[in-house]
Design a protein around this ligand. Structure first.
Ligand SMILES: NC(=O)c1ccc[n+]([C@@H]2O[C@H](COP(=O)([O-])OP(=O)(O)OC[C@H]3O[C@@H](n4cnc5c(N)ncnc54)[C@H](OP(=O)(O)O)[C@@H]3O)[C@@H](O)[C@H]2O)c1
Length: 312
């Protein structure tokens, strides 16, 4: 299958590697320095748990032309970066697009792309359970297990689902998420307080894991975020995620304490630009409810204040 991975960062790189392993003809779209690195050195990935480095020779382009035809296009970037490629996707003749990454408003994203397109696109949403960081050399350190990818779409389009499954073949387990919108919304509400805490503590995960006050504030904020989602008619997905926080708070607390102690957290990169975009979109949901979200608001306010001061 001819596949394009648009966005050659941490997750896009591992996704491209997975798709090459599954037997696809993969092209990556990269820009600037990343384009040069991929052309010169290939796709270099250090697999953190597997303790090995792979190098894939991959076709790289810096621009998607109107008549470049792919069976499937994956777009893997930060939430705030997606709008920059809507018109590129809309003008291109390929029909099948899967958007991968954090997403606070998949409906809006899909409708923006459809509005610009001459013909209807098949749009789906994906997520990959991997993480990591990019080194200056271009080598990606990727933290992943055996390989799990998730797919869902807003219209129950089985043909795109089949194409997605075919691309991963038998190498990777594809999980179909029936309510991908609920999953994506739950996920970003889960990670926002966590990322704020990381940002406020200058990524000092050890310090966070020792701070009862910080951990409890983050947990309260997540719970408040879930309440806002529920009041907006969103089912917390997966259900266990909501139950853990409402019914097993102590267990959740210790799980988070351990999570922040894991050495792998040192090689997970985040972006506060993306966080700002996600916080901004959450505002619409907040405005619809009367839920008391004191902890959420405090974390948001404190981290945005620090972010703006650093930007000046
Ligand atoms: N990294 C993690 O540990 C991790 C873990 C879980 C979830 N996630 C989520 O996964 C998503 C993707 O994250 P990531 O870490 O893979 O991001 P990333 O490393 O920053 O990769 C994004 C890539 O997209 C490229 N890009 C952005 N706009 C573009 C454009 N208009 N044209 C061409 N390329 C463009 C960037 O180019 P440049 O090379 O020029 O920057 C970069 O290579 C995010 O939602 C993130 O929060 C990440």
């Amino acid at each position: 299958m001819r596949v394009l991975v648009l966005g050659a960062g941490v997750l896009g790189s591992y996704l491209a590697h997975s798709l090459i392993k599954a037997g696809n003809d993969v092209t990556m779209l990269a820009r600037g320095k990343r384009f040069e690195q991929l052309n010169t050195n290939g796709l270099v990935i250090k697999h953190y748990f597997q303790k090995k480095t792979t190098v894939d020779i991959v076709d790289v382009i810096s621009e998607l032309k109107e008549d470049d035809l792919y069976d499937l296009i994956f777009v893997v970037m930060k939430y705030n970066q997606f709008p920059s490629i809507y018109s590129t996707l809309a003008n291109n003749i390929s029909d099948n697009i899967v958007l991968v990454g954090n997403n606070a408003d998949p409906k809006k994203m899909e409708s923006e792309i459809q509005k610009l397109s001459k013909s209807k696109k098949n749009i789906g949403f994906g997520f990959q359970t991997s993480a990591g960081m990019r080194e200056d050399s271009g080598r990606v350190i990727s933290i992943h297990g055996k390989g799990n990818v998730m797919f869902g779409d807003l219209n129950g389009d089985l043909s795109l689902q089949q194409t997605f499954k075919k691309a991963f073949g038998t190498h990777y387990k594809v999980k179909i998420e029936r309510d991908i919108e609920a999953w994506l919304l739950t996920h970003y509400v889960f990670i926002l307080p966590m990322n704020s805490l990381l940002y406020l503590n200058d990524l000092n995960t050890k310090k966070i894991s020792k701070s009862k006050v910080d951990l409890n504030k983050m947990i309260e904020a997540t719970d408040e975020g879930y309440k806002v989602l529920k009041e907006n008619g969103v089912n917390i997905t997966p259900v266990t995620q909501g139950k853990l926080i409402s019914d097993y708070r102590k267990l959740y607390y210790f799980a988070m304490k351990i999570y922040f102690r894991l050495p792998m957290n040192k090689v997970v990169s985040g972006s506060f630009d993306e966080m700002v975009a996600l916080y901004n979109d959450f505002q619409k949901l907040k405005d619809n409810t009367k839920v008391n979200i004191k902890n959420w608001n405090e974390l948001e306010e404190e981290s945005l204040k620090k972010y703006h001061i650093n930007k000046i």
